[in-house]
Each structure stands twice: as structure tokens, then as C-alpha cells.
Design a protein around this ligand. Sequence first.
Ligand SMILES: [Fe+2]
Length: 244
Amino acid sequence: MISRRSSLHLTARAVTALLAFGRLLSGRAVAAQAALVGPASLPRSSSGLHWDTILHELQALTRTQYAPDWNEAAHVEAVASLLGAVDVTDPALQRLLDRYQSTRRDFPAIRTVHDGGDFSVTVLQFQAGESIELHNHPRMTGVILCITGSVTIEAFTLLDGTTPEGHLRIQHEGDVVLGPGDHATLVSGRGNIHALQATEWCELIDVFTPPYTPDRADAYRRYARSATPVEGTDIYAAWELGED
Ligand SMILES: [Fe+2]
């Protein structure tokens, strides 16, 4: 259980991704595959799975994270396939989306709608022009499914070492534009730092495995990066931003 002190600390750690992908899409390494996957329209059954069935299946899937041979890349693909089968017309899901309430100007609404211990599910809703700056999802995997609208995600991998100026080194994994039914994934070691930008009304569902805990919240960071690469064509300098 998270104490009140811990909860306050989470909030101070910047509203951000914590809950969404943050407590939210991102990462997408440990992967033999690119951390940033997508856009790729997921297969949908004719009827789709109800939201409670999705949660039930996610619980079974995420229990495997404790196995010594757990494979993050395979896990996020399994989660993505499951999410892609959701019936977006299911009233239970629609009720979650209908609870939209903007609390911060120029920042998306982020609500954790499930936090069952082994995984968390976050709903993110962006007005046109809203964004989330670069941030990480420490020691976590994430799957972001776009339900409505469109969002652009840029993903980076944190590299070893520093620049001559002492800055962090991050490698650009790519940019992706998600539309309805598209997903993106991240894993702990690749594509784990990302930023999101919506140019239109957009609704996303993020599944994080494992969920945020106080220790992972402590490792949560926001970043700024150099405007241009400092090595080759895809390695940028980055530095942590202070708490709000
Ligand atoms: Fe995120």
C-alpha cells in the first residue's frame, strides 16, 4: 500500500506519466524487436472482448512477469494483442472514457483506472495541442493503444556513458503516429524514454507492467534533450528536469 507521504511524492514527481503510461505508452528493450512498435493496426474480432474480460486476461498475463525467464518483448506484444481485441463499444470501457475531466491546461487528463498489483491501466485523453514531455518508465514495460484520434510519440533509449559536457546520451528509436487501433510498446531497456504530442482529440489506454510503486516513482524522471544529435544522426544529449 502506498502511504500518504508516498502518494504526495508521486504527485510531486510530476503529474506526468506516472499515472499514464505513467504510473503511461512509451517504452516500448530488452527487445530483440524495436522498442517502438507501430503503428500497426491490431486484429479485432467481430464482437470484441468486454473490458472486464480484458482485465481478467491481463491479470493472467502479468503474473508471468515473476518467472525467471520472463521476456519483456514477448510480453508487450501479448498485451498489445489482447488490448487490440477490446470491444471499444463496451459500455464499461465507454464509462471510463466518459469520465474525462481536464485538470491542467495544455496537459492531458490522466487517470489510473486499474491498479491491481501486477499491472496498472491508465486512460489518457488529450485535447488538440496537448503533450507530455520526455519522461521514463523505470524498470517497466508499457503498451499504448490508441482508441480515438491521433498522437505522435518519439521514443529514445538511454545509453551508457555521458557526453563530454556530462550530459546523458539518448538514442532516438523513431517517431510514430498512432491512430485508432494502433499501438506502441516499450520495455525497460529500450525506448523507455518518450514524449507524446496530440494534434487532435485523442484517447489512449496504457498498460504498465509492473505498475508504479514508490521505488519506481522515485526513479521517474522528466528530460530535455539537445535540438540536434551530438553523435552520428540519432544520439542526443539529454538532461533531467527538476521536479515541479
Ligand atoms: Fe510515458
